[in-house]
Design a protein around this ligand. Structure first.
Ligand SMILES: NC(=O)CC[C@H](N)C(=O)O
Length: 307
């Protein structure tokens, strides 16, 4: 497995230099686009890593999975009264559908949906920024995880689009807390910084029936785990979710920091990171790595041979 990861990284290195780092968040535009790392954690505890797998990066929308898990664990099914679990077929920060559908976001992994989830968590926690950071520290088994204040501040300065979504939802009665306060929480969640190795630990419960691998903590029920994986598979890569299902065939979640997490249910959590993005805001080289991995090992939740 180790040799395979190394050879896949060597294989895709010529693609480095294609795509663009996210520049609409100025603090992310300075990141060196030539970085590339991968980590994989088996449910048997075996950890494999290659390239820049220990380098922390901005997890951005990967945090939307942690926020959803937090909301499910205190609210259960009731959150689906405020948003759906249908793919959107739109960009992660699109506004059009939101007005047509009367302020009810399609799913928790587009920005509008994640803002509703952040609003739900804001109602529940006295210190929403810290409670999310602590959840991520617990899940990744890394007490050093922090939210990068420079990134969070930069996102807040350039919040117009996310603010427009939140105020639009408020106008439809689907936003309960102070919009500016929820935006700050949301940006701090996006600005959490973690490495590929941290994130494979952080996502191990989704490969392991809801139980965290290192602590055996029960994070979600097996049924809830399957449901979160299903939403990742249908909506985790925004308007590229179909392409990801076709090319990779695993539940996945991307972020504009260039990270993509994928889950092989019952077997592995995987995280690949390379900062330059394609037109849908997903890591260009990350997609290529996961495609080769899935091709060479034959993993896909759509293939009977892999299970
Ligand atoms: N796709 C992403 O990673 C987007 C997250 C980013 N913080 C935003 O709100 O725009």
């Amino acid at each position: 497995m180790q040799a395979l990861l190394e050879s896949i990284l060597d294989d895709v290195r010529p693609l480095l230099g294609q795509g663009h780092v996210a520049s609409y968040i100025p603090a992310l535009s300075d990141v060196d686009p030539y970085q590339l790392g991968i980590a994989m954690l088996g449910t048997d505890g075996a950890l494999y890593q290659a390239g820049d797998a220990d380098t922390p990066f901005s997890i951005q929308s990967i945090s939307k999975v942690f926020s959803l898990v937090q909301a499910i664990s205190h609210g259960g099914e009731s959150l689906w009264e405020r948003l759906g679990h249908e793919p959107s077929g739109q960009a992660f920060n699109s506004l059009v559908q939101l007005e047509f559908e009367k302020g009810r976001p399609r799913n928790p992994f587009i920005n509008a949906g994640a803002l509703v989830i952040a609003d739900i968590n804001q109602s529940r926690y006295a210190a929403p920024i810290l409670s999310m950071r602590d959840l991520v520290r617990r899940l990744t088994d890394n007490a050093q995880i922090i939210s990068d204040r420079v990134v969070a501040e930069s996102e807040y300065q350039h919040r117009a689009r996310n603010a427009a979504m939140a105020y639009l939802m408020q106008s439809f009665g689907n936003f309960h807390n102070d919009v500016e306060a929820v935006l700050k929480s949301y940006f701090h969640h996006c600005a959490l910084t973690a490495s590929c190795v941290d994130l494979v630990r952080g996502f191990s419960f989704l490969a392991n029936g809801g139980r965290c691998l290192h602590s055996d903590e029960h994070i979600l029920t097996p049924r809830q785990t399957q449901q979160v994986n299903a939403i990742m598979a249908t909506s985790g890569l925004y308007d590229e979710a179909g392409n990801f299902a076709y090319r990779v065939g695993l539940p996945g979640k991307s972020g504009v920091g260039g990270g993509i997490v994928a889950v092989v249910p019952g077997r592995y959590s995987i995280c690949v990171w390379s900062p330059a993005l394609n037109a849908s805001g997903n890591s260009l080289v990350g997609m290529a790595v996961l495609e080769r991995l899935s091709e060479q090992i034959g993993w896909s939740v759509f293939s009977p041979l892999s299970y």
